[in-house]
Design a binder for this molecule. Structure first.
Ligand code: TMP
Ligand code: ASP
Length: 235
């Protein structure tokens, strides 16, 4: 399968058309941004790591019965995926307080909560991906009631599978972001990526951060953290 025209370039990935109208090629970049593009940098090798890590985890989820857009890996940085209409919502799943939730609610990072928290953000860079609730989602038509219920159910199932999977490699899955899309027949599938860019991973023993927070917060050894996650998942 070969790349045709560039359809879209985002902050961390490029998307290309292919000869098959139902398939796209995603190409992962080493570019890193944070705070809605305000902070820019490069994480050497990130594109290849995020490509491999995402594909591995999509395979784990498919095996657990979660439908995804993943078709196959094409190269170090490129993968073939099914074309979807992206639902313009980011689903954030939180097991332990951290990041923007800690700030908003004044909870120290690492605080355990009574149950898993789901949040929805409207995907819109110009607005900085604002958090929205179900009233906004239905009023603006971002998703139907059925779609939102299905996304929430899939997100919690994904959380169960991934939390257990990461526990086996001594990593605590603190929180993560998911995106969903609709295939031509209207069915919902997991899309986008699951990587150290889009998850918080803390070493279960030491609490060391093994994710993009090392870049966001200038903690150093960013490449080392991405490599460590790849090594624990893929050997
Ligand atoms: P937050 O605490 O900054 O809201 O982030 C929650 C999770 O979502 C965290 O695992 C990082 C991920 N995330 C993204 O994937 N993309 C984003 O643009 C942001 C802000 C967070
Ligand atoms: N990727 C996002 C941005 O550039 C935010 C983040 O991951 O922190 O804004």
């Amino acid at each position: 399968m070969e790349k045709r025209e560039l359809l879209y370039e985002g902050k961390a990935k490029k998307v290309y058309r292919t000869d098959d109208d139902s398939l796209l090629i995603v190409s992962y970049k080493d570019d890193a941004t944070a705070f809605n593009g305000e902070k820019k940098g490069t994480i050497l090798g990130k594109g290849a790591i995020n490509n491999r890590v995402t594909n591995h985890l999509m395979g784990v989820l498919e095996a657990a019965g979660i439908p995804t857009h993943f078709v196959r890996e094409l190269s170090d940085t490129d993968s073939l995926v099914k074309k979807v209409d992206i639902i313009p919502l980011e689903v954030i799943v939180r097991n332990i307080a951290a990041g923007s939730l800690s700030k908003r609610l004044g909870l120290p990072e690492g605080t355990r909560m009574g149950s898993t928290v789901l949040e929805f953000c409207y995907k819109n860079d110009a607005l900085g991906d604002p958090m929205v609730n179900e009233y906004h989602i239905f009023a603006m038509g971002f998703a139907t009631r059925g779609e939102l219920a299905h996304m929430a159910d899939l997100s919690l199932r994904i959380n169960g599978v991934l939390t257990a999977y990461f526990k086996e490699i001594n990593v605590e899955l603190i929180d993560f972001k998911l995106e969903f899309g609709k295939l031509a027949d209207g069915s919902l599938v997991l899309a986008d990526e699951i990587s150290p860019d889009t998850c918080r991973f803390w070493d279960s023993t030491t609490g060391e951060k093994l994710d993009k927070d090392r870049f966001r917060r200038d903690l150093g050894n960013v490449e080392g953290a991405y490599l460590e996650i790849q090594k624990r998942l893929l050997g």
